[in-house]
Design a protein around this ligand. Structure first.
Ligand code: FE2
Ligand code: FE2
Length: 158
């Protein structure tokens, strides 16, 4: 049994976001299954590559919807990516196996919290504004004079 498994509770009713998140959960499981094998670092690199695209996709959606470049959701993406890239640099070092195990535990705990707060808030803004992530079309475009969104969009974040 993997540390993190997909449940309906992780779904945001945003098909493209949910698809990407399912892929993340699957890649995390592949990485976990490869821990302590010679394939562990490669599975981790695949997870990192997917996470770069996953975060870039959400960052693009936020930019389209009028989130400020320094909004807290985007900043958290950057922080997580920095940590993952540091782990990727440990290739061949004696501490690599222990760090890979630790990052698995941290990612499995981090993802549901991030998804339920920041990604859910983004999905809600996407729905409110009639944003189609496939085409970039926005049903309710932002007023030109409206302030940029500096929080993640959730009610608990200003
Ligand atoms: Fe996400
Ligand atoms: Fe996110």
């Amino acid at each position: 049994m993997n540390t993190l498994v997909w449940t309906d509770g992780l779904a945001m009713s945003q098909p493209l976001m949910d698809h990407t998140h399912r892929e993340f959960v699957d890649l995390l499981a592949d990485f976990e299954d490869a821990l302590d094998t010679p394939q562990a670092a490669q599975r981790f690199d695949e997870l990192l590559a997917h996470t770069e695209l996953h975060f870039a996709q959400e960052d693009r959606w936020m930019a389209s919807l009028g989130f400020a470049p320094q909004n807290c959701h985007g900043l958290q993406h950057a922080q997580v990516l920095r940590a993952l890239r540091e782990v990727a640099q440990l290739q061949g070092r004696p501490e690599q196996a222990a760090v890979l195990r630790l990052i698995l535990t941290e990612l499995a705990a981090w993802f549901p919290a991030h998804a339920s707060m920041m990604d859910a808030a983004l999905a809600a803004v996407m729905a409110e504004r009639g944003f189609d992530p496939e085409t970039g079309r926005i049903g309710l475009p932002r007023e030109p004079e409206a302030a940029l969104i500096t929080g993640c969009g959730s009610s608990s974040c200003s």
